[in-house]
Design a protein. Structure first.
Length: 539
């Protein structure tokens, strides 16, 4: 035994040995472990715990155990407290320690007589059966489990069962379990089901589910798109790839979903292989014109009624609160009255709301009246000339500079020279001034911009998932970020409507996620441009 250990150490420490004598390395490693002997598990304290089970299994090689050995162990421990939990732990710990042959043999024992085992053991067996692709064994065991579950049990296990079913050809049975899930996880479980559909379902089923996601305003995962393109394009499973691609892109053109870069590469290769198409990845749009094919793309239009509705709901949820527990969490009744009075005195909405403190902190501008006013006048001039903005509102908290005479005189002189007007709204130093600036910009309508580097994640979260999406889209087209270390002073918001545009006749522009850094509210601005080479003749 001492010799084996020394050889094991030498082999473990020598990378050369592992490269040139892999069989010796493999054998030495195996000799350090023993064959599985289930009788050793009797000595475990019961109820068993995963650390104790792990301490035994890590000494064993990955070899299956016989059904007879499992039966003997079952008989020996059946009267011990918590004995039923041992079988699920043997599988879960076995998988974690990469003892998969061993874990699968335990699942086979459970499969031989499910009635002997509790639901946790059967769930563990189902997990390794679906991992191994043993669907003919998976389904009857799943049916056996379902037959014993009460309505309460089924509701508790629904998310886990959906996860298992969606990895199998029985994915469609998971649809009936989604209504049993808590509302907070319905979107996650729905994505799991459609991931199962794209792996095992028909094209008609996949497209039907995609359309239902569009209606629910849920987006598929990157896994879905990658599986779709791998299955129906790369492997050639689609009977008519042309129609398949066209159908998918037509659906995407009605949403703001972006495909992952892996899918974009597959799609680009598919277009490039066609003799009458040109395709290019990595296209960056600065305005609304493609730099590759010179096509004009539709711009993003904010409808006045949608922005007005967003402003009203934001006021209720973020400023005022919708429940007694949420009432005035971000402001006070006095501040809210001050805001309402301030807005009621205005004769017209603002063109731009500026997060004053955020802007000055970003550029490390000293908080003195002369330097702050000089810096701000530069910013206002730039916004006026480049975005044609005239009516500004500065929002900040506890800032005495805004009320200083030298500061206000400098801003007034700028207005006299250029025609811009600047108002200010100052909150208490302990207030959350960002909710006020967000609301003012929304209240001002679809043409108002917000200048800030704050991404407002907290407020997007607190207003709920439905408004979160609306606010994020509004930020993408109306929030102007600043770039202190760039020759371009301001980062322009999105102009082009970030969705799939085009047709098989005129060509496609497809946004995709390339994982480049950007604000959390901003959609990707990397596109696949695919155009037919004989486009003029087609027209």
């Amino acid at each position: 035994m001492l010799t084996v250990i020394s050889v094991g150490k030498i082999i473990h420490q020598s990378s050369i040995s592992r490269h040139f004598i892999p069989s010796v390395y493999f054998c030495g490693t195996r000799l350090l472990h023993t064959r599985p002997d289930l009788s050793h598990l009797q000595a475990l304290p019961f109820p068993p715990t995963k650390p104790y089970v792990s301490s035994v299994l890590e000494k064993w090689r990955d070899e299956p155990v016989t059904s007879e050995a499992c039966g003997q162990l079952f008989h020996l421990i059946q009267n011990k407290p918590g004995c039923g939990s041992l079988w699920s732990q043997l599988i879960s710990v076995g998988i974690r320690l990469d003892r998969r042959f061993f874990a699968e043999s335990i699942a086979d024992f459970i499969l031989s007589d499910p009635n002997k085992h509790n639901s946790a053991a059967i769930m563990s067996a189902l997990s390794i059966l679906v991992e191994r692709g043993r669907f003919t064994d998976f389904y009857p065991l799943y049916i056996a489990l379902r037959s014993r579950l009460s309505e309460t049990d089924l509701q508790i296990l629904a998310p886990s069962l959906i996860g298992l079913l969606s990895q199998s050809p029985m994915w469609n049975e998971a649809m009936d379990l989604i209504p049993l899930c808590d509302a907070s996880v319905v979107s996650i479980q729905t994505r799991r089901v459609i991931n199962g559909a794209v792996r095992y379902g028909s094209l008609d089923e996949v497209f039907s589910l995609l359309k239902s996601l569009v209606q629910s305003d849920l987006s598929p995962s990157a896994e879905f798109f990658n599986n779709f393109f791998h299955r129906f394009l790369s492997s050639g499973e689609a009977v008519n790839p042309h129609n398949t691609v066209n159908s998918l892109l037509q659906i995407l053109s009605t949403t703001h979903w972006s495909i992952p870069v892996e899918s974009a590469v597959i799609l680009c290769e598919w277009f490039s292989k066609k003799s009458d198409w040109d395709a290019q990845l990595g296209v960056q749009l600065q305005r609304d014109e493609c730099p590759v094919c010179a096509s004009k793309l539709p711009t993003f239009e904010l409808k006045p009624e949608s922005v007005r509705g967003l402003a009203e709901q934001f006021y209720q949820r973020a400023l005022k609160g919708t429940t007694p527990d949420e009432l005035y969490l971000t402001t006070t009744p006095t501040e809210l009255r001050s805001l309402d009075n301030f807005l009621s005195t205005l004769d017209s909405p603002f063109d731009c709301v500026i997060d004053l403190l955020n802007l000055m902190h970003t550029f490390r501008t000293p908080f003195t009246p002369d330097k702050a006013s000089t810096f701000l006048c530069r910013c206002l001039l730039h916004l006026h000339h480049n975005f044609n903005l005239r009516r500004f509102c500065l929002v900040g908290k506890g800032n005495k500079i805004v009320r200083h005479r030298d500061f206000s005189n400098a801003i007034r002189n700028l207005g006299d020279r250029t025609g811009v007007s600047v108002s200010s709204f100052v909150t208490e130093s302990k207030s959350l001034d960002d909710v006020f600036m967000l609301y003012m910009a929304l209240w001002s309508g679809p043409n108002c911009y917000l200048v800030s580097n704050d991404e407002f994640r907290q407020h997007r979260f607190t207003i709920g998932p439905d408004l979160n999406l609306q606010l994020r889209r509004w930020q993408a087209v109306r929030q102007i970020a600043v770039q202190p270390h760039s020759s371009q002073f301001f980062l322009n918001p999105v102009k082009c409507n970030t969705k799939v545009h085009g047709s098989m006749d005129k060509g496609w522009h497809i946004p995709y996620e390339d994982n480049s850094p950007r604000p959390s509210y901003a959609p990707p601005n990397t596109w696949l441009c695919a155009t037919p080479t004989k486009r003029s003749e087609v027209r």
